[in-house]
Write a protein that binds this ligand. Structure first.
Ligand SMILES: Nc1nc2c(ncn2[C@@H]2O[C@H](COP(=O)(O)OP(=O)(O)OP(=O)(O)O)[C@@H](O)[C@H]2O)c(=O)[nH]1
Length: 613
């Protein structure tokens, strides 16, 4: 028998928000086990190895929203735990998950205290009017200081330090009390059961076997299997093939009512047809007004992706199309580069997103790629006030420019107070503006900066970590644009511009970029039969120059006389080598030189740790 919908007063929808590694997944696993959703025996095999389970069941579970039964004071409740990604790149995903909940468990490592993402997530939760349950985790650790951090948290969210729950996701201590607290404190969802159905899409994933699986939270009315539903933004209608809850596998139900969280399957094949933030309604009896949606995620960082082997171009296009099915935030357009041939200009949410996509393309689709140095988006206003949106440095307009605007972020840095000086120095060197500073306790400080996105995209996080011996944490969110003194630096080989190396830089840093790039290319490009000047220029003004001296490369020099076949072989080989060269003007540049120059320390994204999930 398929279960019927649950009454709203018996439902609790919550999420767990935490800084990376504070133990969210471990606590979630423990809850699944304590509520009997996953048996203790199966626990290890299944939940700690999510990828396997996804493959086995042929549905992408990712535990976006798991329903758990929990009895409190003799009454059976259903708790929906909604997953939120932890990294800054995906803040927009966090906020949409939060919109599906009434409460949040704010989880803090009892040995670490509050970190930057704890704050960022807490603010998002407060903006969504969620009931916050503060919890200290990992109290089993010898280094845990629950009393100290309970005070820190109480100072932040208000309330009595004694009310901060103390748990261990590892041993399970305190987790039952937490489940009880969720029932007691988090409000039951409210909605109009008699109104036309309205359900908010908070996630949608593509599954090879079942097509798109859409995760929804019902606000008003109800959705039932076999009826026709309509997407309110596009008016497209689909038949509801299956509807149900995840517990922990998909369980079809007789429908979903007010406040319920579950999944829908309609047989569409493209996540864009089931857009996150859209409202699902009943096609026969549609609602008048959509729920407040989310804004579309806007790509923040762009990079050119080119196959190393030009004949892989169609394969790259197919691979991107496939990834797009499951990632509505991925954007790309074909692009050609004199130096790199055919490829795509791809827009990402941030560097982590870029790295994930690149890695998936290489691993799952077996492609060898070059990616150009990532850049942010600039708005250039010309003298006649026309605006140009620049996603590729080589498109930066020449001629008279009135102003250039670049994206800025609001960054929050948390660190022990002894590092304040070091952090200020770093932020200053990155054109940061201190907005405010607060002491969370006597030895921990929160610093707020506005920084150009372009400055933190590269090695900011690495530098922050090294200057604070790993103690600082960082979070940031876009806050708009600012006018800045930016110029385009071109790199020229024998007077020919090489598009892949153009960069947009702040005026004070343009010279350094020019010197660095020309010196590096001098190392990488083999000597030619004529002299090759390498120049860096802003407009027509050359700011740096190196010269590769001429050489006559005679491959036959070593074979005197005789053997004609041997000579031929050498000449053949030389021809082969030439094929892998790109000719810029008259200069032959080996493919490897491009790869080496573009994946240099200066150009490569490095702040890896900033962004595990
Ligand atoms: N001693 C102890 N270790 C814990 C506890 N909870 C989690 N851990 C450890 O802390 C580390 C991070 O735990 P996760 O559950 O993966 O943390 P997370 O917040 O989900 O991390 P991300 O998924 O990377 O964001 C793991 O090595 C866990 O084994 C706990 O209660 N006690």
């Amino acid at each position: 028998m398929r279960p019927a919908a649950t009454a709203p007063e018996l439902l609790r929808n919550f999420c767990i928000i935490a800084h990376i590694d504070h133990g969210k997944s471990t606590l979630a696993d423990r809850m699944l086990q304590l509520t009997g959703v996953v048996e203790a025996r199966a626990m290890r095999a299944q939940y700690l190895d999510r990828m396997d389970i996804e493959r086995e069941r042929g549905i992408t579970i990712k535990s976006q929203a798991v329903r758990m039964p929990w009895e409190h004071a003799g009454t059976p409740y259903a708790l929906n735990m909604i997953d939120t990604p932890g990294h800054v790149d995906f803040t927009y995903e966090v906020s949409r998950s939060l919109a599906a909940c009434e409460g949040a468990v704010l989880l803090v490592d009892a040995a670490q205290g509050i970190e930057a993402q704890t704050l960022a997530n807490l603010y998002l939760a407060l903006e969504n009017d969620l009931q916050i349950i503060p919890v200290l985790n990992k109290i089993d650790l010898p280094a845990a200081q629950p009393e100290k951090y309970a005070e820190e948290i109480a100072g932040l969210v208000g309330g009595d330090p004694a009310d901060v729950l103390k748990v261990s996701g590892k041993t399970g201590e305190g987790v039952e009390a937490l489940l009880d607290r969720i029932v007691e404190l988090i409000p039951a969802p409210v909605g109009d059961a008699a109104a036309p159905a309205r359900a908010m899409i908070f996630d949608s994933v593509y599954d090879t076997y079942r097509g798109v699986v859409t995760y929804v939270r019902v606000v008003d009315g109800n959705l039932n299997p076999r009826e026709r539903i309509a997407m309110m933004s596009t008016r497209a209608t689909h038949e509801l093939l299956e509807i149900g809850v995840i517990s922990p596998e998909p369980v079809p139900t007789k429908g979903l009512g007010v406040g319920e969280v579950g999944y829908l399957i309609t047989g569409v094949k493209d996540v864009r047809q089931s857009k996150v933030g859209d409202t699902v309604t009943n096609a026969a009896k549609p609602a008048d007004q959509a729920l407040g949606g989310y804004s579309d995620p806007k790509p923040m960082v762009f990079s050119g992706l080119y196959p190393i082997d030009g004949s892989d171009y169609p394969a790259l296009r197919d691979a991107l199309d496939k990834l797009k099915l499951n990632d509505a935030a991925l954007n790309y357009e074909p692009e050609t580069s004199v130096a790199l041939g055919f490829g795509f200009r791809v827009g990402f949410l941030g560097l982590l997103h870029l790295e994930i996509i690149r890695e998936r393309l290489e691993r799952e689709f077996d492609l060898d790629l070059i990616s150009t140095a990532p850049n942010v988006v600039y708005d250039v206003v010309l003298e006649d006030r026309t605006e140009v949106h620049v996603t590729n440095p080589s498109e930066f307009p020449g001629g008279k420019i009135r102003e250039v605007r670049e994206p800025v972020v609001k960054a929050t840095i948390l660190a022990p107070s002894e590092f304040v000086g070091a952090i200020m120095e770093l932020c200053q060197s990155k054109r940061g503006d201190l907005q405010g500073m607060d002491y969370l306790s006597e030895d921990r400080v929160e610093m707020r900066y506005t920084l150009p996105l372009a400055e933190i995209v590269f090695d900011f996080f690495d530098q922050l970590k090294s200057r604070t011996r790993g103690y600082a944490s960082l979070d940031y969110e876009p806050t708009g644009e600012q006018v800045a003194d930016l110029v385009k630096v071109d790199i020229l080989l024998q007077g020919e511009q090489v598009d892949a190396f153009s960069a947009i830089a702040h005026k004070d840093k343009a010279y350094a970029y020019g010197v660095m790039m020309t010196a590096k290319l001098k190392e990488l490009i083999p000597r030619q039969q004529f002299e090759v000047p390498i120049q860096a220029a802003i407009g027509s003004r050359v700011i740096a120059r190196e010269t590769i001296r001429a050489i006559r490369k005679d491959v036959l020099a070593k074979c005197y006389g005789g053997d004609i076949t041997r000579k031929r072989k050498l000449l053949e080989k030389q021809k082969e080598g030439k094929k892998r060269m790109k000719t810029i003007g008259r200069v032959d540049v080996p493919q490897e030189a491009f790869i080496a120059a573009l994946s240099s320390d200066a150009a490569a994204p490095k702040d890896k740790d900033a962004k595990k999930k």
